[in-house]
Write a protein that binds this ligand. Sequence first.
Ligand code: UD1
Length: 417
Amino acid sequence: MPRIRVKKSGPLKGSIKIDGAKNAVLPIIAATLLANGKCVLNSVPNLRDVHVISDLLRYLGAEIEYKDNVLTVDTSNINTYEAPYELVKKMRASFLVMGPLLARFNHTKISMPGGCAIGTRPIDLHLKGFKALGATIEMDHGFVEARTDSLKGNKLYLDFPSVGATQNIMMASVLAEGVTTIENAAEEPEIVDLANFLNEMGASVRGAGTNTIKIKGVKELHGAEHTIIPDRVEAATYMVAAAMTKGDVVLENVIIDHLKPVIAKLREADVTVEEGENSIRVIGPEAIKPIDVKTLPHPGFPTDAQAQFMAMLTVADGTGVVIETVFENRFMHVTEFNRMGANIKIDGRSAVVNGVKELVGADVTATDLRAGAALILCGLIAEGTTNVGEIYHIQRGYVDIDKKFRALGGDVSIVED
Ligand code: UD1
C-alpha cells in the first residue's frame, strides 16, 4: 500500500497553481445528464472522484473523454435511470445523479449512499425536495426509487442548508413545470458555479449564492461549455501550510471572495495574507497566535478546512477552541494529531487545542480526505519522518499533492511499502 512520507521541511517558498474545485465539478458533471448534447468542461482536476463519477455516467450511457483538464461529455444516448451499488458506494457525491435522472426520465432508482467516517450524512433533505416537486419515493433493498408523471415547481424549505440537497433539487427542478423556490438554500460558491452552468445550458436559475433560489422550469436544456471555479479548500490547505512552516507562498488561480473566512481567520492568527487579482500570497508569522474556529455553512468558516486549521493550532502559542457544527463526527484526526505529540481534548463537538512547542513524526492514518491533508501539514513541521497511510482518501481530492509540496520545497513523497 502506498504511503505519503513527509520529512520536517524548512519554510515553504515559491508559487503553485490551484486546480479546479472538486466539489464544483462533481455536481456539474452530474448536471450534464440534463443536456441533450455535448458539454465541454474546462479546468477539470485530475482526481479520483472525477473518474468515479465519469465511470457512473459512462454506465448510464454517456460518452466521456478527458484530456489536459478538459472533460467532454455527450449525454445524448443515456439509456438507463438506474445507478447500481458498485458505482454509488465508491463516492457519496454519486447520489447527485438522482436529481438530473429524475428530471430527464421522471423515474430513477439509485443505490443509497453509504455512511461515511465524518458522520451519518442522511439524504432526507434531498428526498424532501423531490417529494415537494411531485415525486413519490420508495426505499427498498438499499435502493431509493423516485417516480412521477411530471415534476411541478413548488416552494420548499430546507431544515439545514445542505449543499448536496440544494444541488440535487436545483437539478431536478430546471425542467419542471412552473417555478421552484428553495428557501434556506446552501450559499456555497459551488452552488453558484452549478447555477451558472445550468443557465449556460438554457436553464433559468436566479438567486444562487443567497439563501433563496428560484428556478423557472424550461422545456429543454442544451450542451454548454463551462470553466470550473478554483478549489477553495485546496487553496486553504496550502495557505495553512505556508503559515505553519513560516513560509512565503503565492497561490495562483484563486478567487479571493471564496476565501474570505479562511483569510480572516489566518489574519487573526497573525499570518500575513496579501490579496492579488487572481492570486494570494501567504507569509507565516514567527509564532501562530491561538484562535477559535467554528465551522458553519458558507459564508461561515468551511468544515472542509477545519482539520487543516486544527493542525496549525497544534503548535500555536496558547490554547484555541475548534467547534464543528456541520458534521457530528469530524474529529477523527484528533487521535492521529495526538500521536504526533499534539495536546487536544474533545468534548462533544468542541476540541480544545493546547499549543505545544513541537510535533514529532509518527506513522499515522488518513481518516478522511481533509484529515489526511492535515496530517501532511503536521508532518512538515514535525521532528523526523511522518508516514501517512490510507492515502487514497487524499488522492480523492488533491491533485499531485506530493509534487505541489515539493515545488514549494516540502519533503513530501509517495512511497510504496
Ligand atoms: C458537501 C461537500 C463536502 C462538505 C459539505 C459541507 C461535495 C461533494 N461535498 O457535502 O466536502 O464538507 O458539503 O460543506 O460537495 N444533511 C442532512 N440531510 C440531508 C443532507 C445533509 O441532515 O439530506 C446534513 C449532513 O448530515 C451534514 C449537513 O447536513 O450534517 C451538511 O451536509 P451537506 O451540506 O449536505 O454536505 P454534502 O453535500 O454531503
